[in-house]
Design a protein around this ligand. Structure first.
Ligand SMILES: O=C(O)c1ccccc1N[C@@H]1O[C@H](COP(=O)(O)O)[C@@H](O)[C@H]1O
Length: 214
C-alpha cells in the first residue's frame, strides 16, 4: 500500500526541473529568493519557471526576512500560491504579510532541541502551514538548504491544528524512515534531489517520491 505524502521540491533553477518535478509527482515547487543560496533566482528567472508550472502544483516563494518592497516586487512579478518565510519573522510579521498579500503563509521553524518546539505552537496560531526544518549548523551562511536533519524523535506523535511539512536533510535514502518516525504527511526537499548545489536531478526526484510514498 502506498502512503499519501505530498512533496515540495524546493530550489528549482531550470525550466527542465519543472517538467522533472511534475513527472515525479511533486505537489509544490519552491522558488528561492535568498541571495546567498546556490538556488537563488532573479525575479525574471523565477517568473519564467513559475509560468511553466502545470495547474495543480503549488508555486511557493522562499524568502528570508524580506521587507515589503522585496515582497511587493516578488508578488507583482511572479505568479505564486504560497509564501514560505524562512527567516526570523515574528508572529506579528506573519499576520502582516498574510494581510498585505492575501496569500497563504508557511512559516519555518528550525529545530535542534526540545526547547525549540514551543515556537511551533506560537506560529500555529497565525500561519497557514508550518515547515519543521533543522536549525542550521553553526557557521552556516544560510538558514536552510544545508542538507542537515534534526532528531525526528523530537516531533514523533506531535500534531498541530494546521498542515505542516517536514524538512531538513531528506534524501531518497532516509525519507521513508523520516515519514514513519514523525507521521509527516508532507515533506520538503532541496539538497537531497540534486547532483550539485542548485542542479536538480530527475532520477533523484523520482526516487525521492517513490521512497516517500512507499
Ligand atoms: O535551499 C536553500 O538554499 C535555502 C536557503 C535559505 C533558506 C532555506 C533554504 N532551503 C530550504 O531548507 C529546507 C531544507 O533543505 P535541505 O533539503 O536540507 O537541503 C528546504 O526545505 C528548503 O525549503
Amino acid at each position: 500500500m502506498t502512503r499519501d505524502i505530498r512533496i515540495k521540491m524546493c530550489g528549482l533553477t531550470r525550466l527542465k526541473d519543472v517538467d522533472a518535478a511534475a513527472d515525479a509527482g511533486a505537489a509544490y515547487i519552491g522558488l528561492n529568493f535568498f541571495a546567498r543560496s546556490p538556488r537563488y533566482l532573479t525575479l525574471d528567472a523565477a517568473r519564467e519557471i513559475a509560468q511553466a508550472v502545470p495547474e495543480g502544483i503549488a508555486k511557493v516563494s522562499l524568502t528570508v526576512d524580506a521587507d515589503n518592497a522585496t515582497l511587493d516586487a516578488l508578488t507583482e512579478t511572479v505568479p505564486l500560491d504560497m509564501l514560505q518565510l524562512h527567516g526570523s519573522e515574528s508572529a506579528a510579521r506573519v499576520v502582516e504579510i498574510k494581510a498585505r498579500y492575501g496569500l497563504p503563509v508557511m512559516k519555518v521553524v528550525g529545530i535542534a532541541e526540545a526547547a525549540d518546539l514551543t515556537r511551533l505552537d506560537t506560529y500555529a496560531q497565525v500561519a497557514d502551514q508550518l515547515l519543521v526544518d533543522a536549525k542550521p549548523p553553526k557557521g552556516a551562511d544560510r538558514p536552510g538548504g544545508n542538507a542537515v536533519s534534526f532528531d525526528w524523535a523530537l516531533i514523533a506523535g506531535r500534531r498541530w491544528s494546521l498542515p505542516w511539512m517536514l524538512a531538513g536533510g531528506l534524501t531518497p535514502q532516509n525519507v521513508a524512515e523520516a515519514v514513519c518516525a514523525t507521521g509527516a504527511r508532507q515533506v520538503d526537499v532541496a539538497s537531497g534531489i540534486e547532483q550539485a548545489p542548485g542542479i536538480k536531478d530527475a532520477d533523484l526526484m523520482r526516487a525521492f517520491v517513490q521512497a516517500a510514498q512507499g
